[in-house]
Ligand binder design. Structure first.
Ligand code: R5P
Length: 281
């Protein structure tokens, strides 16, 4: 098996190749003077089972993925598995307004063109998987995150809202601690308060677990309230650390620790999902 790293996912591709004891392909990726991508594969892939690893964010990386897929196909790869660690455009998964496009579907149709199999990690909406006509699976980044949180001695896991309790429950079961979700209560027209529905956070080390931190608004609000309610340490843990709009420095003001996986390589990445991917490969 040969693992081909896209430039958005070099860390994860390397970890995956090591875990699988597979060859890590040598890819030359650079820019033409006009900003367009140049790709050259220096590893022979003819007849081989190849795994291309590339997060589809930001847009430039999507083009790079298409070039890598086509390059492997043209060079005679036997079977192409495309791993999308963070599925960009996954949040536009339906028509919110007339005249829009379901961009999650647009991306799916193009990714599958040169894929025999697709693997995603904690995709935002599972419904997106239904748009692939090749075999597709979604793996969870929560188990390795939970193992990392266990090392931090967390007392409880919280979901930032009721809709996402599944992740908090899974993490808590792995750690062997209680879990709960944050509930919002409107005090007046301008004020909303948030607290753990059932658990007392006073003096506790609390971890809030989510699939993605984008603007960080959800996490920051939750952490503010938990600190005011007497939590000793508040940790943010997510699979995809997107940290849009300069979110990271603002989150660092309120969180004692921020942890994310290598689906999006960023300064808080301290967990790999390579083991989960290797298992289903
Ligand atoms: C929501 O459905 C997601 O699970 C995240 O809670 C959300 O995407 C986080 O967004 P932000 O960081 O912008 O609050």
């Amino acid at each position: 098996m040969i693992v081909i790293p896209g430039t958005a996912s070099t860390m994860l591709a390397k970890a995956l190749a090591e875990t699988l004891d597979a060859t890590l392909a040598e890819v030359e990726a650079k820019k033409f003077p006009d900003g367009e991508n140049y790709i050259r594969l220096h590893t022979e892939v003819k007849g081989e089972r190849v795994v291309i690893v590339q997060t589809t964010h930001p847009d430039d990386r999507i083009i790079e993925l298409f070039l890598l897929q086509d390059c492997a196909r043209e060079m005679g790869a036997g079977e192409i598995t495309t791993i999308i660690p963070y599925y960009g455009y996954g949040r536009q998964d339906k028509l919110f307004n007339p005249g829009e496009v379901i961009s999650a579907k647009t991306i799916a149709k193009r990714i599958e063109m040169e894929s025999d199999r697709v693997i995603t990690v904690d995709i935002h909406a599972k419904g997106v998987l239904g748009w692939f006509s090749v075999p597709v699976e979604d793996v969870s980044g929560i188990p390795p995150l939970a193992r990392r949180l266990r090392e931090e001695g967390v007392d409880m896991i919280l979901s930032p809202d009721k809709g996402a309790v599944g992740r908090a429950r899974t993490a808590a079961e792995i750690i062997g601690c209680p879990w709960d979700f944050m509930e919002k209560t409107r005090i007046d027209g301008h004020t909303v308060t948030m607290k753990a529905k059932n658990l007392d956070v006073k003096g506790a080390t609390v971890a809030i677990v989510d699939d993605i931190i984008a603007t960080g608004g959800t996490m920051r609000t939750a952490a503010d309230h938990l600190k005011r309610q007497g939590a000793d340490r508040v940790i943010a843990a997510c699979t995809h650390g997107l940290f849009a709009s300069n979110a990271l420095p603002r989150l660092e003001e309120v969180f004692d620790l921020i942890i994310s996986t290598d689906t999006i390589e960023n300064p808080t990445t301290s967990v790999t999902v390579a083991g989960e991917l290797a298992r289903i490969l």
